[in-house]
Design a protein around this ligand. Sequence first.
Ligand SMILES: NC(=O)c1ccc[n+]([C@@H]2O[C@H](COP(=O)([O-])OP(=O)(O)OC[C@H]3O[C@@H](n4cnc5c(N)ncnc54)[C@H](O)[C@@H]3O)[C@@H](O)[C@H]2O)c1
Ligand SMILES: CC(C)[C@H](C(=O)O)[C@@H](O)C(=O)O
Length: 367
Amino acid sequence: MTRTPKISLIKGDGIGIDVAEAALAVTSAALKHSGAVAPNIQEIKAGAGYYAETGRDIEPDGEERAGEADAIFLGAIGLPAIRHKDGTEISPHLRLRDRYQLYAGIRPVKAYPNAPQRLADPRAEGIDMIILRESTEGLFYTAAVHNRAEIVPNVEVRDIMRISRATTEKLHEFAFQLAEKRKERGKSGRLTCVDKANVFTSQAFFRQIFDEVKAAHPTVETSYNYVDAMALDLVRKPWEFDVMVMENMFGDILSDLCGGLVGGMGMAACGEIGDTIGLFQPAHGSAPDIMGQDKANPLAAILSGGLMLDYIGEKTGVGGYEDAGALVDKAVDLGFERNALRPMEFGGDMGTKAVTETVIELLEEVA
Ligand SMILES: NC(=O)c1ccc[n+]([C@@H]2O[C@H](COP(=O)([O-])OP(=O)(O)OC[C@H]3O[C@@H](n4cnc5c(N)ncnc54)[C@H](O)[C@@H]3O)[C@@H](O)[C@H]2O)c1
Ligand SMILES: CC(C)[C@H](C(=O)O)[C@@H](O)C(=O)O
């Protein structure tokens, strides 16, 4: 008997609530088309709004319950007006990354036809790459929610860039395997190690481990780029890159830059994978400037939902999930090809609901 996959759902704050609902509607339609069993979904309350009401950033036992599922789906968390006393924002999702060691943060960056090209060079139409952001340590190791920074009140605060062998070996192994898979699918499969090895010992260690892991993957073409030069190259010739692997903070910053290259944050999908569970969310935030107005582009969340279905299928072996993930991608591809997806984010005429309904209609065609 096939088992029923389980998803933990955290809608969060602002547009996170709307785009999470959009992603669920689309994934549920895709699963019906592929004949898969519907997942059990347990909702967990968390976020800045929840903190303002209760003084807690996630419901009691929420972290533990989140991890009992096959995957976690998150909308977005945080509202700039709601902060801890130390000035930082409400970010329980960083504890989920830490607790479940979600080290491999996959952030796909793809240019779609009829979506805005922010670069004038026509080669920008071919942008199709992945930022692989380590998501548990690096400069986020001492993020405020972990209480690990060295603090001399009002005098000095030291945040630490932690690069550990155990996590970095797993990250680079993941990166090489991803590059190999992409090459099999006709992409260049070139892997770039993005670091700051010219200045920081931790970053030289990151690169040293990259070279060690590379020895077991002789067919993968590799290169190095310092993170500052990477920012330059992502604007001047992003089409030359395929997979880029980097520490946490560099990936945080460059993945927003990449979102901008292909339209905006409403296109920035994300999957954070650990050894036992994955968390899927759009890479954008709660967008307080447009919340409650049906203006958010739900595609980053919808594409993240597609990544989640693929992950659940591969992890559990439950039939129809990987097919449903592929259907979500196909529907979005077709929608852009036909100019049937015109999010307001790009100056189009379609709000959150209209984009979601159109993707659901397109699913019927691609199924
Ligand atoms: N993963 C997360 O949960 C996450 C990520 C980033 C920021 N945040 C939080 O979200 C809040 C707002 O942060 P911010 O303004 O720096 O980043 P943001 O991503 O929310 O917004 C940045 C800009 O992009 C636009 N935007 C973002 N997503 C969009 C979408 N789907 N459709 C259309 N436009 C979109 C916004 O309107 C805004 O102009 C903060 O509290 C921050 O801490 C949370
Ligand atoms: C809101 C914040 C904690 C988060 C991060 O820095 O990881 C966001 O910027 C992201 O990119 O997902």
